[in-house]
Design a protein. Structure first.
Length: 271
């Protein structure tokens, strides 16, 4: 692999964030094919900086140029048996490649380095991207299935409600015509008008209209009782009569007129 030394050195020392950094003791094992043995150098304490899949090491922490670079591709990171404690190794698939044996200062540092180096290769990132793409595809399919059949959830919810008698919906009734005027059914409201808010901030539902008392409201000849104006005979379902309190007052006029009639009859001595 050919690398531009200036570009690599600049990347090693620039302000880009490092994935991991710290002191490690390093030694290099060289494999000799003819002798069939490993030749190991002595340990050297170096400052390591991991950026992406590139592992730089410096002579000191304040050094401006790296001493070496390890490209973390085609390799494995594993714990190794060594005389030193907290040792691990970076080994490559190529039989003639170098193996880097590194020693951390403690158990936590060793585990952190092994974890960071194991996730630094392009092969690992490719596996992660494939897994994320698979999860995204499954999520999109599930969302599309939910959008195609939105009524299934509502029907199942309706079945659950129907299993409880207390949650049964009220039967819908057609509007009832009484005295030529429409009254409220089970819906509980004036068509086209909202009910007046009650003290609790909700909406009070007007009660159904009471039946007209023709015997008290009219004489034997069919004429209305004196004192009842034509306005009282108008429909309460009007823009200014949508509120329950106004409806109550409207019906109260008829009751008040009947009461006045009864009082006058009592004064005249009629039972």
């Amino acid at each position: 692999m050919k690398l531009n030394e200036r570009s690599v050195a600049h990347y090693a020392t620039c302000d880009s964030p490092a994935d991991h950094a710290g002191f490690l003791r390093k030694r290099v094992e060289r494999h000799h094919h003819h002798a069939h043995h490993h030749h190991a150098t002595s340990y050297q304490r170096r400052w390591f900086v991991l950026k992406g899949n590139l592992l730089f090491y410096f002579e000191e922490r304040e050094s401006r140029e790296p001493m070496g670079l390890v490209v973390l591709e085609g390799c494995t990171v594993e714990l190794c048996e060594a005389t030193e404690e907290f040792a691990f190794a970076i080994r490559f698939d190529d039989a003639g490649a170098r193996a880097y044996v590194l020693v951390a200062d403690g158990q936590a540092a060793m585990e952190a380095w092994v974890k960071a180096l194991s996730r630094a290769s392009f092969d690992y990132m490719r596996l992660v991207v494939r897994e994320l793409e698979k999860q995204l595809e499954e999520a999109c399919k599930s969302l599309a299935a939910c959008r195609k059949s939105p009524r299934r959830s509502s029907s199942s919810g309706r079945k659950r409600h129907l299993s409880n008698p207390a949650l049964l919906p009220l039967p819908e009734k057609p509007a009832i015509l009484e005295n030529g005027y429409s009254t409220w059914g089970s819906g509980g409201g004036v068509p086209g008008r909202a009910a007046c808010p009650d003290r609790d901030g909700g909406h009070a539902k007007p009660p159904p209209l009471p039946p007209r008392r023709r015997s008290a409201a009219a004489s034997a000849t069919g004429s209305p009782v004196p004192g009842l104006s034509l306005a009282m005979l108008e429909s309460p379902v009007s823009p200014e009569m949508a509120c329950f309190s106004k409806l109550h007052s409207w019906y109260g006029q008829e009751i008040a007129a009947l009461r006045r009639e009864w009082q006058e009859r009592q004064k005249r001595g009629h039972p």
